[in-house]
Design a binder for this molecule. Sequence first.
Ligand SMILES: Cc1ncc(COP(=O)(O)O)c(C=O)c1O
Length: 424
Amino acid sequence: MTDQEKLAIDGGSPVVTEAIPSGVSGPSVVGEEEIEAVTEVLRSQQLFRYHEGSQSSLLEKEAAEFLGVEYTLLVNSGTSALICALTGVGVGPGDEVIVPGYTYIATAAAVIATGAVPVIAEVDESLGLDPADVEARITRYTKAVVPVHMRGVPARLDEIMAVARKHNLKVVEDCCQCVGGEYKGKRVGVYGDAAAWSLNYYKTITSGEGGLVYTNDRDVFERACFAADPGLPMWTNDDPMVDWQNEPFPRQTYRPSEVLAAMCRVQLGKIEDILSHQRALKKAFLGELDEAKAYRFQHVDDLDGDTGVSASVIVHEKELAIGYEHALKAEGVTVGTIYNDGFPDRHIYSYWDSILEKRSPHPSGYPWKDPNYHGNVEYSKDMLPQTLDILGRSLRFDFNMNMTVEHARLMARALNKVDAVLGG
Ligand SMILES: Cc1ncc(COP(=O)(O)O)c(C=O)c1O
């Protein structure tokens, strides 16, 4: 074995000699354009969204065009967007909503905020909802399912939509981690009844915080709008463009700031460049890989559609995955096994203690003890063995705007080297 072939963890030369740059998509491309756009809003002193030609309404129009949808609503976070989308499709007290066991906790918390109960389902090797497990968890109380497109990779939408339609369930797509992603030629989010983007710091494009609800259904849209502003019809009743067809109801206030909207408009103008750079990195990484010895790729229904921000491989055994992680680190490539006992990742259901313990802000114990709810969902830390097994064997490689194609190739060469030696 040459010094190049010998693993760095065993004293060989590492594949990566200069650190691979880190970074987050949206924030890394912030430039003078964002600064100017935000400054202009501040100078105008027009900080409220309801005025003619507001930044928020312009962003909504531009986002609708980008997504190819009829209706969009800018709100103050991805969680708010999910709450509005769920309320929009009619989710409420007494309902169950199926969410995956691998997502940010906010997906399940948004369900709870509507008064409904989250039912947490297995993910499969797509690292998104397992359609068979979704079907197995449907009860007479199930109202909706929320496929989450994690780490830029669309879930198995065709199969999930088929299960949902068969059982007459609503679908709210959580696109918070897949802003700009596509599935079989259309943007993610247009397959379900409604969808949510997050525009927080970590997302494809960002304004620090923010979210977007989108749908092609006028009634869903109006209900989402009411869910985001209890005073809404009064703000817009002299606007001839708004002709509400549904009776308004009072809920929370999730209005966005004009500063946020102005920044988002600039970032939306950069999204295609971000996506094409990330996709080029992922393609270079995949193209450089040798035939795998001891791992498989995450299942991806549509490789051209994902946002390119990550690539995951699933090692055949958990112990081996941990060995790969350590060996890759010594080669200069940071990856993590997604599920490690003792490493609390808020994207894994087993760390959502507040939900697993059914903690409520009110002594009534809602939504689990709501008199409208007649189901009996139970949770425990090890209730999804398939999810824990797959995540425990997964290694995620992340790509960002500060990396070059050569960095992506180096990451692949490091994996090749480790797999050649440790993969048997
Ligand atoms: C999958 C997923 N859903 C929902 C959210 C909530 O978005 P926000 O943080 O903007 O409220 C996030 C944010 O990290 C997310 O990753």
